[in-house]
Design a protein around this ligand. Structure first.
Ligand SMILES: NCc1[nH]cc(CCC(=O)O)c1CC(=O)O
Length: 321
């Protein structure tokens, strides 16, 4: 084993420039500095395509590593050594030569309802007919439509601050955001209602950070081990395997929930049609050491139950736009 604490080197960390990305990256840097005071950690920021294209609905752009590509090029050219991502923004298939080197301890992976002053007395089930909900996630859209068909949904893009500003300017009655993002930005006071998994299953990887690095870079992998959370990692592997085997990126109505008890990992997954009328959901448990296989098995089971058909329709619809 390499003795990383005797390593005299600089490790360069790549990050997007958004406020959330920077908070996450500097948290990773500070944690690693505690474990490895003799290593010099530097942050390099980069703009990704996803940060530049703000006027097109995410679902139409598709999932091609929109928020990760520039950072990946930086790792392969050795400009940076690893990149910190919101795990849910990291595609399930990584470029050759790169790997998911670390999954950090997950915070609450749920979605939150955020309202403006006008709707401060409302909850999801008391918002009136026609209330306008802002979300650009097909997963949130399909599940909420399924449970609340009387609500109206409208796309919302931009970083968290931009979205909140649009909500407060009453372009929407409410918007849906990840609990995790609001917490990390110090905006927990905007969490009006935590949406339970019975209503909305979260995105694959939501609430955890995923650290991507070069395959076989043993020094960096050894350093990253200090931040690895085993439960979060096994859950993430099951969730990512499920998504990969349904061939869905982050822009499809696929949601999950996972838990670990002892050595048993339980994975719930769902696929829904965009109108919310069809929603296929199932659960599988198994040995956590077989997390990846659990994801494959659940994907196969949902396909047998009709998920493939729903996804094919959605891909055709997105293509046409
Ligand atoms: N797609 C944007 C994105 N990517 C990561 C988070 C924060 C939550 C997380 O880390 O899972 C968000 C914002 C949101 O979905 O509200």
């Amino acid at each position: 084993m390499t003795s990383v604490d005797t390593l005299e080197r600089t490790i360069r960390i790549g990050s997007r420039k958004s406020q959330l990305a920077l908070v996450q990256t500097y948290w990773v840097k500070a944690e690693l500095e505690k474990h490895f005071p003799e290593i010099d950690f530097e942050v390099e920021t980069m703009s990704t395509q996803g940060d530049k294209i703000l006027d097109v609905a995410l679902a139409k752009i598709g999932d091609k590593g929109l928020f990760t590509k520039e950072l990946e090029v930086g790792m392969l050219s050795r400009e940076i050594d690893f990149a910190v991502h919101s795990l849910k923004d990291l595609p399930t298939n990584l470029p050759e030569g790169l790997m998911l080197g670390c999954v950090t301890k997950r915070v609450d992976p749920a979605d939150a309802l955020v309202v403006n002053e006008k709707n401060k007395d409302k909850q999801l089930d008391t918002l009136p007919e026609g209330a306008v909900i802002g979300t650009s996630s097909l997963r949130r859209l399909a599940q909420l439509r399924h449970h609340f068909p009387h609500l109206t949904f409208k796309d919302v893009r931009g970083n968290v601050n931009t979205r909140l500003a649009k909500l407060d300017a009453e372009e929407y009655d409410a918007i849906i955001l990840a609990v995790a993002g609001l917490q990390r930005l110090g905006m927990s006071d905007r969490i009006h209602q935590i949406i339970p998994p019975e209503i909305s299953l979260h995105a694959v990887g939501q609430g955890a950070l995923g650290i991507e690095c070069r395959e076989g870079d043993t020094d960096v992998l050894e350093v990253l081990k200090a931040l690895e959370d085993l439960d979060s990692r096994d859950r993430a592997w099951a969730e990512r395997s499920f998504l990969r085997n349904l061939e869905g990126g982050c822009q499809v109505p696929i949601g999950v929930n996972t838990s670990i008890e002892g050595d048993t990992l339980t994975l719930t997954g769902m696929v829904a049609s965009l109108d919310g009328l069809r929603l296929i959901k199932d659960t599988i448990s198994g040995d956590r050491a077989l997390a990846e296989q659990i994801g494959i098995d659940l994907a196969n089971r949902l396909r047998e139950e009709g998920a493939g058909e729903i996804l094919a329709e959605i891909f055709a619809q997105i293509e046409r736009k």
